[in-house]
Write a protein that binds this ligand. Sequence first.
Ligand code: ATP
Length: 363
Amino acid sequence: GKGLAVLTSGGDSQGMNAAVRSVVRMGIYLGCKVYFIREGYQGMVDGGDNIEEANWSSVSSIIHRGGTVIGSARCTDFMKREGRVKAAYNLVTRGITNLVVIGGDGSLTGANLFREEWAGLLDELLENNKITKDQREKYKFLHIAGMVGSIDNDFCGTDMTIGTDSALHRIIGAIDAIVSTAYSHQRTFIMEVMGRQCGYLALVAALAGEADQVFIPEDPVPNNWVEKLCKRLQQERKSGQRLNIIIVAEGAIDREGKPITAELVRKVVVDNLQQDTRITVLGHVQRGGSPSAFDRILGCRMGAEAVMALMEASPDTEPCVVSLDGNQAVRLPLMECVRRTKAVAQAMADKNWDLAVQLRGRS
Ligand code: ATP
């Protein structure tokens, strides 16, 4: 059977295990020899026990677990050609020519580069007598399929990244908990949620959690934001509301690009309204805990689609990223999506927020 390996790279997210499980089982079902690569690209560079053959039962009882059971890492070795030569050696000597990468735009960029260099990497290994001519010929094509695991929903081309829905559940759970205590003491709570570049989590959590105000990176506040915020909070209290909830995304800013932090907002509320005001920073809780049903199903569907894409690939098939479009799992050109995602980051850096939102498209 064909050799197929799966790795998770970059920041972890809930639902990655469902995706890994699906890749392994779909691969085995279609007659592949399937391998885990542990600790992201580091495991691919280091080889040894990091690359282990998977069987049907080795992915039992992982679908309900958060994070990634095969480990994830940031790997500087893979950024260098020398590291990628070692990684190629570790794949070729195991007969692996199909690779599923679950990660963010950085991880997918690395995967694409690896594929582009593949023939050259094998030539180098052959020259140094690390592999045989037969191996060079037999494994001359590397096929890549990507999936995006990220709680931020910050990738262009997919309506939802794997992990976003679970992170939202965590945030909503926290808001509900805060609301009950805030109600008792007539407090105002400011909650900081993740999202340096992308305000999706903050915005959707604010809607679902009935927040009074939300601050996100894509919609910098105007100069009179203090006045507007105070007026709104006061109005809500006057109309009988016993509490206020304000959501701040990590990357929230004003029109000059200065950060709007939870602490700044707290000071504004205390100084102007003398409300009893507390801050809750959710932090890593958001990426932890068990994945939602949606993320489990998303991981399952995407994993299966990724394996099918690899099995159908011909030598000139471009690498794809499996995405959710409406309610369909689709294959999109990997590098085009990565380029768009990077263009969004650039537009944000250039303070061209309208362009950023436009480039990001749906969701
Ligand atoms: P997240 O969105 O969670 O940060 P990411 O995949 O974007 O995920 P990165 O830290 O950018 O996270 O990348 C993860 C790993 O992918 C890096 O540590 C590195 O090993 C590899 N990688 C990233 N960019 C490249 C590149 N240009 N060339 C080779 N490898 C890369």
